[in-house]
Design a protein around this ligand. Structure first.
Ligand SMILES: NC(=O)c1ccc[n+]([C@@H]2O[C@H](COP(=O)([O-])OP(=O)(O)OC[C@H]3O[C@@H](n4cnc5c(N)ncnc54)[C@H](OP(=O)(O)O)[C@@H]3O)[C@@H](O)[C@H]2O)c1
Length: 312
């Protein structure tokens, strides 16, 4: 998420942002569409260090130099080793005054997904838990317990679901809670931000009519399931189930299992193919535990129910 603004005499005279993977970067988009001559006191602000390498698009440092920008303020250094510090060096070598990084923490927060992909090779992962004041996450028989208030739900839809690229749950949660995992808000514009819904279902146990099974939902099953259909009659249901899920619009993919969980590298590769850089893990207990055990957590959010249901 990168934006650029061009400022003249304290006023913004042009702005642009990076609209998506493979498309022009913010500063290039701005400078390509700004046709007036650049004045010596104009300042270009951008939240990420301009790139100096040929990726999907040509280096932004070239167009900044060619257009005659003399001063640039940047928010943070690029974590990509091909760029980090080198973009600034290229600008300074061309006589451009550079100021920054001016707001590294805020800028890093904004681009935590991209930074995680660059530095850890996996998406940024947030775990969301809801629990009662006495610590329950479900009823004692495992059935669904409504913990959060409508205000807490509104908050988590707005600040968690709408701000992650994907929302992930384990098969147990789909079987017990039958969640929709959609974004439901009064602000209808935010509802349109569509996070990819993902179910980890190695044994293909979730019901075909689960609410989450809709257009686009990604259901991940164990790679060996289909292979064992011929040798294990108990698995004979799997192809028919996969077909039913696919007929309802879900994408069913198979990944290898390693040490009882999906192979993490294979999972990250799959998510990268879907353009995912941030994942909200909503449960349940075993899924949280698997992510924790593997050290795959960047942030945890606890929503504590204002009242225990038994107090109501
Ligand atoms: N309070 C809350 O915030 C909250 C949120 C969600 C759910 N819940 C509650 O939590 C309970 C469900 O939790 P649960 O532990 O039974 O189920 P779960 O965590 O939703 O799902 C567990 C199953 O998902 C699969 N799985 C999870 N992580 C995996 C990984 N890394 N690789 C491969 N497979 C993986 C495994 O399937 P297999 O068993 O097929 O191997 C595992 O048994 C329900 O009572 C629900 O109401 C509470």
């Amino acid at each position: 998420m990168v934006g650029a603004v061009l400022v003249r005499d304290g006023e913004i005279i042009a702005e642009a942002f990076h609209e998506g993977f493979g498309l022009p970067h913010a500063e290039r988009a701005l400078l390509e569409s700004f046709n007036d001559p650049i004045k010596p006191d104009d300042i270009l602000y951008v939240n990420l260090e301009p790139c100096c390498h040929h990726g999907k698009t040509p280096p932004c440092t070239d167009i900044i130099i060619d257009k005659g920008i003399k001063r640039i303020v940047y928010g943070m250094k690029d974590p990509n080793p091909e760029v980090s510090g080198k973009g600034i060096m290229a600008l300074e070598r061309a006589g451009i005054e550079t100021v920054g990084p001016v707001l590294p923490e805020i800028c890093q927060r904004l681009n935590r997904g991209f930074i995680s992909l660059q530095t850890k090779g996996r998406p940024y992962i947030t775990l969301k838990h809801a629990q009662t004041r006495s610590g329950e996450i479900a009823n004692s028989d495992g059935s669904t317990l409504k913990i959060t208030s409508p205000q807490q739900d509104e908050w988590s839809h707005r600040y968690l679901r709408a701000r992650h690229d994907a929302i992930l749950v384990g098969a147990g949660t789909v079987i017990t809670d039958d969640p929709q995992l959609t974004i439901r808000l009064e602000d209808k514009k935010l509802e349109q931000s569509s996070a990819l819904r993902i179910v980890l279902d190695p044994e293909s146990k979730i019901p075909n009519d689960a609410q989450i099974i809709e257009e686009g939902t990604l259901v991940i099953i164990g790679e060996t399931l289909l292979e064992s259909v011929t040798t294990n009659p108990e698995q004979a249901f799997v192809p028919a189930r996969m077909q039913e899920l696919q007929e309802r619009g879900a994408q069913v993919i198979q990944l290898p299992i390693k040490d009882d969980v999906f192979d993490w590298d294979a999972l990250w590769r799959e998510l990268l193919d879907h353009g995912i850089s941030t994942v909200l893990v909503e449960g349940g207990a075993s899924t949280w535990a698997n992510f924790k055990k593997a050290g795959m957590i960047d942030e945890e959010v606890w929503l504590v129910g204002i009242m225990d249901n038994k107090d109501l």
